[in-house]
Design a protein around this ligand. Structure first.
Ligand code: SF4
Length: 379
């Protein structure tokens, strides 16, 4: 029923190009502060201008170096001629009746991804993508069925935040980021971490890692690597099943990283004081939503600092599962709560514009490129 995932294919995949548009000029959007300082020095410009440039790009939101008016005319001309500044272009902007806003963004090579603004959850939250398509092949996710088109670059990942922050007027306010859009962030590890460092830069958004949540299906070696990062985001693990048989059917990477290994990686993951790992669990009617599943889930998480986020499936065309009734969702949640497992049921946001979790939009044909036009919120 589910496409088997070839790990040899993706673990030995050629590295994606850093400049999908093919330009040879360095891209200001792809440079960390230290790299930008080095690039400026190579052009004879003082390193301290890097902070000013970051402020223009991230806080002010300019997309043209000639508008950076506190730089000398000479430096502006150098930036404009020797560098590029790639910024995702909004090609569609949908507003839900509940305030959720979904942007369809076109990248330099015309690939498309979607990024979502979810207001008041309780903070303002941006949900962004890390890949065009996805190799993980989760059975309830249309993007997963379509395969990986390419990794996003660090600048494209951070660029979604730049665009969302300015489209929503939040560039100078606090917001949260969830890496739960299209793609598996830990499959695009280096670019994802570089994007987080760029978003953390003091003269940019100064994003605290506490405000960032990374969601993964459980790529164990990458989870262990993440555990050693100086900038460590909150961790969310997409569990979705309580037996290996069931999970391998729903989340094929489980074949390589079975439940016991994923949970062991969670148990050794260093948690900050008062923080917990979030376990996401999409509820599929009559598949993984039985009382036995709920009780097994309690046992699996026993002794862990964990919270469970239940996500009743948002049905989509091409997805062979149904959303359980509210009664089944309540019964599942009650079993967890009665056994002192912290649990919440994710409220669907933006369903009327197909921006809710797991909802997919595919426009046009079902080619690999059309996968780029799909939104899959990584469950
Ligand atoms: S749910 Fe997330 S990891 Fe799974 S196929 Fe979809 S985007 Fe990829």
């Amino acid at each position: 029923m589910y496409e088997p995932l070839s790990y040899n294919h993706w673990t030995h995949m050629a590295e994606p190009t850093q400049d999908p548009a093919g330009s040879t000029r360095p891209d200001l959007a792809e440079l960390e502060p230290g790299e930008l300082e080095t690039a400026l020095a190579a052009h004879g410009a003082p390193r301290f201008h890097a902070g000013q440039i970051y402020r223009w790009v991230y806080r002010v939101g300019v997309t043209d170096a000639t508008l950076m008016t506190d730089l000398s005319k000479g430096l502006r001309a150098t930036l404009a001629s020797a560098f590029q500044l790639s910024t995702p272009r909004i090609v569609q902007d949908d507003l839900s009746s509940d305030g959720t806003r979904k942007l369809l963004l076109e990248l330099a090579d015309r690939s498309r991804v979607e990024a979502v603004y979810i207001p008041d959850t309780p903070a303002q939250t941006f949900c962004i993508s890390t890949q065009v398509g996805c190799a993980m092949a989760c059975g309830f996710c249309l993007t997963g069925k379509m395969g990986l088109v390419r990794h996003l670059t660090a600048g494209e990942i951070a660029g979604q935040v730049r665009v969302l922050a300015h489209a929503t007027g939040l560039a100078d306010k606090s917001f949260n980021i969830v890496l739960m859009g299209m793609g598996e962030p830990l499959h695009n590890y280096d670019n994802t971490m570089k994007a987080l460092r760029m978003l953390h830069a003091a003269s940019g958004f100064a994003m605290s890692p506490r405000r960032v949540t990374l969601s993964t299906v459980g790529i164990v070696p990458a989870m262990d690597r993440l555990a050693r990062e100086p900038l460590m985001p909150n961790l969310a693990v997409s569990l979705h099943a309580t037996t290996d048989e069931q999970r391998t059917a729903l989340v094929p990477p489980n074949r390589k990283y079975p439940l016991a290994d994923v949970l062991a990686a969670c148990r050794r993951f260093p948690l900050k004081q008062r923080s917990r790992i979030t376990f996401e669990y999409v509820l599929l009617d009559q598949v993984n939503d039985t009382p036995e599943d709920a009780r097994r889930l309690v046992r699996l998480l026993s002794g862990m600092k964990a919270k469970v986020n239940l996500i009743p499936l948002n049905a989509a065309p091409g997805i062979a599962f149904d959303r359980p009734s509210d009664e089944r969702v309540d019964a599942f949640a009650r079993i967890l709560a009665e056994r002192d497992v912290s649990v919440s049921v994710r409220k669907s946001r933006g369903r009327d514009i197909r921006a809710a979790c797991g909802q997919l939009i595919v426009e046009g044909s079902t080619t690999r490129r059309s996968a780029a036009q799909a939104l899959a919120v990584h469950l």
